[in-house]
Design a protein around this ligand. Sequence first.
Ligand code: KG4
Ligand code: ZN
Length: 363
Amino acid sequence: MKLPMNLLGIETSCDETAAAVVTGGREILADLVLSQIDEHRPYGGVVPEIAARSHLDHIDGLVARALDEAGVGFADLSGVAATAGPGLIGGVFVGVMTGKAIAAARGLPFLAVNHLEGHALTVRLTHDLAFPYLLLLVSGGHCQLVAVAGVGRYRHLGGTIDDAIGECFDKTAKMLGLGYPGGPEVERAALDGDPARFDLPRPMLGRDNLDFSFSGLKTAVRHRAQAAGALGAGPESQVVRDMAASFQAAVGDVLAERCRRALDRFQEDCGQRGPLVVAGGVAANAYLRARLEAAAQEGGAVMVAPPPRLCTDNAAMIAWAGVERLGAGLTDALDFAPRPRWPLEEVRGPKGAPPAARAEPRR
Ligand code: KG4
Ligand code: ZN
């Protein structure tokens, strides 16, 4: 059941300042994202201090614009949701304090949303999808497989033991002289590349668990790129394009195999085959989406993913998580402390729901 409500969402956990208004009826009334890419580009990555100051400069104006675009005033809101972690803590503070201030001034419920939960639930904003589902969450800071049983009910099935996958895309892009942010640049370069030119490792392939590892792949890219003269050579270089395509193919093989295995495990645990939901910034990658769709199909399941624009960071996903949490009665007090580290399975769920017990110890 969807309640008639308007939620304001605020996202400031990394390098996008974002504000959105979403209804309980799954309408996105406004969805504004202000990228700080130009401010961070000279440094080749996100500088936390610059990010926090930039959020502070822009958040008030952006919230006002979002409400304006949505055609609603503060009085029409049912609640305010803000990303309260995990992320760069200076930026998270800005969003949380803004959200709390609006909630306090207008007497509205406040929802402290876990950024990963935002990614995890977005698919229910864009698709008519019931719980449970198997989630592959692939972003700049995370790579994990999760059984999603309901709002606040997440069970970790496996995850990366070293680098996150988006981070690996970003570092590969940097090595190859493809610029920042790296994911979309690698994807673009790979379009004209030969995925068979470089035989890169497929870490964890065939392992009897659901974990990932990407540091060995990253190192292999560096060594092979150096030997082939691809280091810093840029998007016009054919050897760079071939390396980008070979890298993406290796990542695709690993993700496909891990998800196939996870579908079996999910069926044992939840009694159904998928669906497989893919979310997070890396899920914007068209090649990987196609690989995962094929893998799910071979595994007898369907793959569902939000549109690419809602895979990368945005505030509609935070507003939607607010809708879901408010609907479940999971509001937060105004003294909620932002959390720089906040694993998904530690998100608070409804009282009486089975605990989101972890299947395996988390490293
Ligand atoms: O979810 P997200 O926007 O922010 C985090 O929560 O981390 O994910 C950002 C990550 C970055 O590492 C970025 O390079 C990667 O997602 N990414 C992509 C693509 N678009 C963004 N990776 C591969 N292909 C893409 N098209
Ligand atoms: Zn994200």
